[in-house]
Design a protein around this ligand. Structure first.
Ligand SMILES: [Cu+2]
Length: 697
């Protein structure tokens, strides 16, 4: 989504904290303090690296930066738009044994703000050397710029407000409180404009505010677009074609605006009197039969490594690495303010660097364990996002149930393990939730919330590319398309993907009564992409090439898509080239260590074609190979009045379910009554002890 900048890192952080506090005050009247845990350490910050897949630590980032300083690469004007772990060699990692040495390397992207030239430096923290130092070809077709710095957001505000053409545009609209006006810094896209290509550009849309605490998103200044060259500090274009009044309705959500909170909701308390059922040891997490390692980086945020499920004493692999490394938010409006909008929130803004510190009782309920997220600031110094990742258990209704012929009911409660984080990119907030279930299912869910991005229009008018969600506020149609990268490892790396779909059979000798139908199983033989088809229940099965279950069938996991629309932009459009990953529900690639980014390493102002289209270009065989499955999903959003002033969470995602992976339902051994009764917080399901003692029934 759009994002906007929040000012400098400190200012951005302060604004987020401010918003969080306002919300808390509104919801609870007080700021809650997370002091309720008694079950051991409740926050993990990985400080000691004991496994090749551990996240980067603060000291590693600091040491890596220091190596670059010593080597003379860090001059006064150098900044660090990205600092990322170098993924360890997969074969070596799989063969690694505790206690054996391993290399830890970091990729630093260095941007010289004076020249606009960027370099990639790979630093081995282990060997204390700069392994490579390479220029980024941002000035050569197909271009591509590193992500924005927080510092550049401030630069935008200062440049816009210092431009006489913009000041004139404000004056023409009768705006006098220039200090309070918000200048949103926005990735410009790529359109081949002569004065933009190969340069580090940014655009700015203007939002009026009554004062600094007023929500800017309610007051878009329509028809005014500023384009800036960040390297030269030049405002290259001010386009002013609007005479639409700035909407004056409030978008605030404090008590003064919304009114007092309702008092009808009684507390719901999640208690786990015997503690949680999971354990955490460094980055290693175990819950029921699941085992995995938590990681985090500036760009992708949360990463899950080496996800296994213990089946009769054996840890069987399901995923080697899993994350949501990119997303795109393309807008469907042709106006000057918005035709260029297609935000790549990971590649242009960095999801991990913008992760939220999470708050008990608000973001997560129950017995929580947090991981601090370690990112890097604009200067390449370690930056801690406290409590960035939240882990907890959730009751999830019925797991299985049957009432037999003697009317004897038997049912079990479902429970899921939640690993999540939230990132705020300007106006929108995204939650990334991974759910592990007792029955071996993995679910991925993106939660889109926050404030819808608006333009202004004449109240009551019709806009074919938007909807009026508050008087004079027109929210353009847009999409949020997320890309999940699943480095699958179903019982090992020798996997094949099969496309499975239901199939009708014409009446005739093969279908004499017309009722028969079947299903097709088609192997995906070469790297490429596929579309969902919900009318055929199309799904993709990843199967082991060496292991079978007790019926003799290959052990498999099934990707079940939601099959919502892919990129609506025309195939010939600039955004379709840049966000090619978002044109297909599924891509299958042969594993290559550096292929992690669906839209390429530098989607910012990239002319297109990078990432998945390049990864599949060789058309390598993906039969019986180490393969990666990439899945795109997400809402196509025609905003409504109910999305204002803050949008209720919109859920999207997919399931990754065992399919013949187990010999039978692996959750038959879940005991009855393993959850407390909810009526009184004591006693057990199915026993008389579960009787309410305080007047409820
Ligand atoms: Cu939306």
């Amino acid at each position: 989504m759009p994002f906007l900048s929040l000012g400098s890192m400190m200012a951005g952080f302060a604004l987020k904290v401010y918003i969080a506090k306002q919300l808390l005050k509104y919801l609870f009247g007080v700021i809650m303090v997370d002091n309720s845990h008694t079950h051991g350490k409740r926050v993990t910050r990985v400080t000691e690296v004991t496994h090749p897949l551990d996240p980067l630590t603060e000291s590693e980032i600091a040491a890596g930066r220091q190596i670059l300083v010593k080597a003379g690469y860090v001059t006064e004007t150098v900044r660090f738009p990205a600092v990322l772990p170098v993924e360890p060699d997969k074969k070596a990692t799989l063969a690694w044994k505790p206690g054996k040495p391993f290399d830890r390397s970091i990729l630093f992207v260095l941007l010289d703000m004076a020249t606009g030239i960027s370099h990639e430096a790979v630093v081995s923290v282990t060997d204390e050397t700069v392994t490579s130092f390479t220029k980024v070809n941002s000035d050569v077709h197909p271009y591509g710029q590193p992500p924005y710095l927080f510092e550049e957001y401030d630069q935008v505000e200062a440049l816009v407000k210092g431009d006489p053409r913009w000041l004139h545009a404000m004056e023409r609209r009768g705006v006098t409180n220039i200090d309070d006006v918000f200048c949103a810094p926005l990735a410009p896209g790529y359109f081949g404009f002569e004065d933009e290509i190969g340069r580090r550009m940014i655009r700015s849309l203007t939002f009026w505010r009554a004062d600094k605490e007023d929500s800017p998103w309610a007051h878009p200044v329509e028809g005014l677009l500023v384009t800036i060259n960040l390297t030269t500090g030049e405002v290259v274009k001010v386009q002013d074609e609007g005479d639409i009044p700035i909407p004056q309705g409030s978008g605030n959500y404090d008590v003064a605006t919304i009114g007092p909170a309702r008092t009808s909701l009684k507390p719901i308390e999640i208690t786990q009197p015997e503690g949680p059922s999971f354990s955490v040891n460094g980055s290693l997490v175990e819950w029921e039969n699941w085992k995995f390692r938590v990681s985090f980086n500036s760009r992708e945020g949360l990463v899950l490594n080496q996800v296994t499920f213990n089946d009769k004493g054996e840890d069987r692999s399901v995923l080697y690495r899993a994350s949501v490394p990119e997303m795109v938010v393309p807008y469907g409006d042709k106006s000057i303010n918005r035709f260029w909008i297609s935000y790549f929130d990971a590649g242009e803004y960095l999801l991990g660097k913008n992760a939220n510190p999470l708050v008990l009782g608000c973001d997560c309920l129950g017995v929580i364990h947090y991981f601090d997220g370690i990112a890097a600031d604009d200067h390449g110094n370690p930056m801690v996002v406290p409590q960035a990742i939240c882990m907890h258990e959730e009751d999830y209704g019925i797991l299985w149930k049957h009432t037999d012929l003697n009317f004897q009911p038997d049912s079990r409660r479902s429970r899921r393990f939640v690993i999540s984080y939230f990132a705020t990119i300007g106006n929108y907030d995204y939650g990334f939730f991974w759910y592990l279930y007792l029955d071996g299912t993995i679910q991925v869910e993106a939660k889109a919330t926050g404030v819808v991005f608006n333009g202004a229009g004449i109240p009551g008018s019709h806009d074919p590319h938007g909807n009026e969600i508050a008087p004079g506020l027109f929210a353009p149609v847009h999409q949020h398309i997320f890309s999940a990268r699943l480095d699958v490892a179903i019982d090992g790396n020798d996997n094949t993907v099969e496309e499975v779909a239901v199939l009708g059979i014409p009446m005739g000798p093969d279908n004499p009564y017309g009722n028969a139908f079947t299903y097709s199983v088609t192997p995906v033989e070469n790297e490429g992409s596929r579309m969902a088809d919900n009318l055929k229940a199309r799904s993709w099965h990843v199967k082991s090439e060496h292991r079978t279950n007790y019926t003799g069938a290959s052990t498999q996991y099934q990707l079940v898509p939601q099959g919502t629309p892919m990129l609506m932009a025309q195939p010939e459009s600039p955004v379709a080239a840049r966000a090619a990953f978002a044109t297909k529900h599924v891509w299958v690639t042969k594993y290559e260590p550096n292929e992690i980014w669906p839209a390429g390493m530098y989607p910012n102002q990239h002319a297109g074609g990078a990432g998945l289209p390049t990864y599949v270009a060789g058309g390598d065989s993906v039969v019986n190979e180490d393969i990666v499955l990439w899945h795109q999903f997400g809402p196509t959003h025609i905003p409504r009045t109910e999305d204002w002033p803050i949008m209720p969470v919109d859920y999207s995602g997919f399931m990754f379910k065992p399919y013949g992976f187990f010999d039978k339902n692996p959750a038959m051994d879940v005991p009855a009554g393993n959850a407390s009764c909810s009526c009184c917080g004591s006693g057990r399901c199915g026993t008389d002890a579960c009787t309410c003692t305080h007047g409820h029934s």
